[in-house]
Design a protein around this ligand. Structure first.
Ligand code: TUI
Length: 318
């Protein structure tokens, strides 16, 4: 068993979070990951507060293990969702796409562990000062909304900037990535892309197959001009978005096209108008498997690799 400051803090079997992916990370997926010993997260994304509350209640009915909610701070419902998390006293809140400072006291009052996702060391420091229990340092290899720095550059600089534990995210989909994250100073990892292909994930069969078929360079970043860059699988639609962006069409027109495209990908498998968010490790995803199998493969492989790293890699010391 791999135990760290994060497994101690949250009472987890494994130092593994599942990403709070928009439309994908529902109650069933989060509960399945928590039941497998990781930390399942419900992705609130842009859902209204009552929908998020229903998902929390459903997850509570499916697991007695800790799970969390990811609050997407660019959502028009972020304030109400933040309140629902406090009311339901979820074990953990993670946040993305912004600064959760104004909600921190409310969550801490309910004994919720608050773990903001950061894309820079400076935000990590601000979050520590505001009372965060840990931070997720997410590199731009990730799917979805991303910052500028890679995981390899970001994680050690965040580790040096704060005293709270750091969870590494972005570009991690197998034991090699997990062990590398520990070497960078992380106390746990967060994986999103591999869980899109969990059997329990509600992602459309087309989305799962696209992920399995994807190779290393099959993701693309769109939306850099609008200030919310999104990494997703290359498709006719995302190539068109990228081209229009290059031609500098008005921002409103671009946003009109992008709006709703996440839902169309996950629920409808619509390749004409969908944005299939995915990380650069899509090429490492080989099959659809139960969450329990994904977690077990990742964590038992990581234990083995950590024990045998030097020998397995043919490295000679001294
Ligand atoms: O949030 C994510 N990934 C996401 S959110 C999402 S849904 C969405 N839809 C449309 C537009 C935007 C998002 C899909 N994927 N990851 C965590 C993350 N947070 N990555 C980067 C950041 C981040 C970036 C800048 C956090 C804070 C920040 O600056 C805040 C500040 O005030 O300094």
């Amino acid at each position: 068993m791999l135990q760290t400051k994060i497994t101690d803090m949250l009472g987890l079997k494994h130092p593994l979070f599942q990403g709070g992916m928009a439309w994908v990370a529902d109650a069933k997926l989060a509960a399945a990951v928590s039941n497998a010993g990781g930390l399942g997260l419900i992705g609130a994304a842009a859902a209204p507060a009552d929908v998020v509350e229903q998902m929390i209640l459903e997850a509570k009915s499916l697991t007695d293990k800790p799970f969390g909610v990811n609050v997407m701070l660019m959502s028009p419902y972020a304030a109400e969702v933040a309140q629902v998390c406090a009311k339901q006293r979820v074990a953990v809140v993670t946040t993305g796409a912004g600064n959760p400072g104004k909600y921190m006291d409310m969550w801490k009052e309910q004994d919720i562990k608050v773990i903001p996702v950061v894309a820079s060391a400076s935000l990590a420091k601000r979050m520590e000062r505001a009372g965060a229990d840990a931070v997720v340092a997410e590199g731009c290899e990730s799917g979805g909304h991303i910052g500028e720095l890679t995981t390899m550059a970001l994680v050690p600089q965040v580790v040096d900037a704060v005293s709270i534990p750091v969870i590494a995210a972005g570009g991690i989909a197998d034991p090699r990535g997990v062990v590398a994250a520990f070497a960078l100073g992380a106390q746990a990892v967060q994986c999103g892309t591999i869980f899109v292909c969990a059997q329990e994930s509600p992602a459309h069969a087309t989305y799962k197959q696209m992920m399995i078929d994807a190779k290393d360079s099959d993701t693309i970043v769109t939306g850099r001009n609008g200030g919310a860059p999104i990494r997703s699988l290359k498709s006719k639609f995302t190539r068109k978005l990228a081209k229009l962006e290059h031609e500098e069409i008005p921002l409103e027109e671009f946003e009109k096209m992008a709006a709703g495209s996440l839902r169309k990908a996950v629920q409808d498998g619509n390749v004409e108008e969908g944005t299939f968010m995915a990380g650069q490790v899509s090429g490492l995803v080989k099959d659809v498997a139960p969450a329990q199998v994904i977690v077990d493969r990742l964590m038992s492989g990581s234990e083995e690799l950590l024990k045998n790293l030097v020998a397995e890699r043919g490295i000679r010391l001294g």
